[in-house]
Design a protein around this ligand. Structure first.
Ligand SMILES: Cc1ncc(COP(=O)(O)O)c(C=O)c1O
Length: 392
């Protein structure tokens, strides 16, 4: 008999968290490290949200709540989805979890049986394939190319569909590339999902961080698509609330929501009660001024970063339209042959710059650099990268 379950042994540590942890350790050891690996805003949570949390605490709002969240919170999510995304959900079609990560965990657990296939465009956010595999499912990657802005086309999905295909994962804006699907592109992908009766798992966590173009929720295209869509979102990235742990799933299939409720009731129950109160305020728009301010700041950093990349021979980039990551092409840096892991290790050792290898996202030849950090750090990072490339 195995000492540990096969299932748990197949689960790897998140590559992005691993790099961030290593960078933190080196820093604690006194090394001069600039980390661009984190996937979180460097801004503090808006004061108005913090004040609401303090109020909830002082009022003694410190007990268990219903598993999916208090009714007022579920209403606030439903209203937000209607107002911002033109999505029609009732409170009973929503469940709030400990970050979008748990929302995704619940979703895959509720949908995937042994051998079921899930189509995941690559490069992908590191967690999706791990969660699919953990349920016994099979991630089927849809390769994309820089030439087509890292977008999976409907024909690419069509080719990968088998009788075991159950769902498509869409991330727009994307982590790690920052690309955003247009309405027309979503329409053709949605048509494929309808033709083959697939679920669309739409991760919309970067929805507020859009610098060019327009964000569209795939579920808003029409009612038939809405019925097949599982909308995932949360407050981590948009309101700088990563540590508060607030994510949610919205889905018209009440049975699926009920199953997720059952699962969550057996493992974590409701999310933190204080976070719930603060989240209601954020969802109702109380922090919109701060959200806009952060977006403008990210846009400025993106523009400066892309200009700096343009000045460094050996690297280049397709300007991201959303999120806060640069997915940098490193294939022309001499001596590395596009090996992103080797390059990231050397960058960390030689100039103290922590980036995440593209191989962690399923695409070698690229590295991911977060620009959710202050401008001075960003500029200094590029000075070091330029020096490194010059000397390699
Ligand atoms: C694409 C994507 N989805 C979901 C998440 C998870 O966010 P949360 O903090 O809400 O769990 C992340 C975080 O990095 C992400 O990049």
């Amino acid at each position: 008999m195995q000492q540990y379950s096969r299932r748990i042994q197949s689960l790897g540590e998140s590559a992005t968290i691993a790099v961030a942890t290593l960078a933190r350790k080196l820093k604690a050891d006194g090394k001069d490290i600039l980390s661009f690996s984190a996937g979180e805003p460097d801004f503090d949570t808006p004061q108005i949200i913090k004040d609401e949390a303090i109020r909830a605490l002082n009022c003694g709002f410190t007990k268990y709540t219903s598993v999916a969240g208090v009714p007022e919170l579920l209403e606030a999510v439903a209203n937000k989805l209607k107002r911002d995304n033109n999505l029609d959900y009732n409170a009973s079609e929503i469940i709030v979890s400990n970050g979008a990560k748990q929302s995704l965990f619940n979703t895959f657990q509720a949908l995937i049986d042994e051998g079921d296939e899930v189509l995941i465009p690559s490069p992908y956010w590191v967690t999706y394939p791990e969660l699919v595999t953990y349920c016994g499912g099979k991630p089927v990657f849809i390769p994309t190319s820089e030439e087509y802005e890292f977008k999976a086309r409907s024909i690419d999905f069509e080719r990968a569909i088998s009788p075991r295909t159950k769902a498509i994962v869409l991330t727009s804006p994307s982590n790690p590339t920052g690309m955003i699907y247009t309405r027309e592109e979503l329409e053709s992908i949605a048509q494929i999902a309808l033709n083959h009766n697939l679920w669309i798992i739409s991760d919309e966590i970067y929805e507020k961080l859009v610098y060019e173009g327009k964000f569209t929720s795939i579920g808003s295209l029409n009612d038939r698509i809405l019925q097949r869509t599982i909308t995932i979102n949360g407050l981590s990235k948009s309101v700088a609330m990563t540590g508060w742990r607030m994510g949610y799933v919205a889905c018209k299939d009440k049975t699926l929501i009920k199953y997720m409720n059952n699962l969550q009731s057996q493992c974590t129950s409701n999310i933190n009660s204080i976070t719930q109160k603060a989240s209601i305020l954020a969802l109702n728009g109380a922090a919109d001024v701060d959200i806009n301010y952060m977006r403008e700041a990210f846009k400025e950093r993106r523009d400066i970063a892309c200009n700096l990349i343009g000045e460094i021979p050996g690297i280049n980039i397709k300007k991201p339209h959303g999120a806060f990551y640069l997915f940098i092409n490193i294939q022309n840096i001499s001596g590395y042959n596009g090996d992103s892991m080797k390059l990231c290790k050397a960058l960390l050792e030689k100039v103290g710059v922590a980036l995440v290898p593209g191989s962690a996202f399923g695409m070698d030849g690229f590295v991911r650099m977060s620009f959710a950090c202050d401008l001075e750090q960003l500029k200094e990072g590029f000075v070091r990268i330029a020096k490194f490339i010059k000397e390699s």
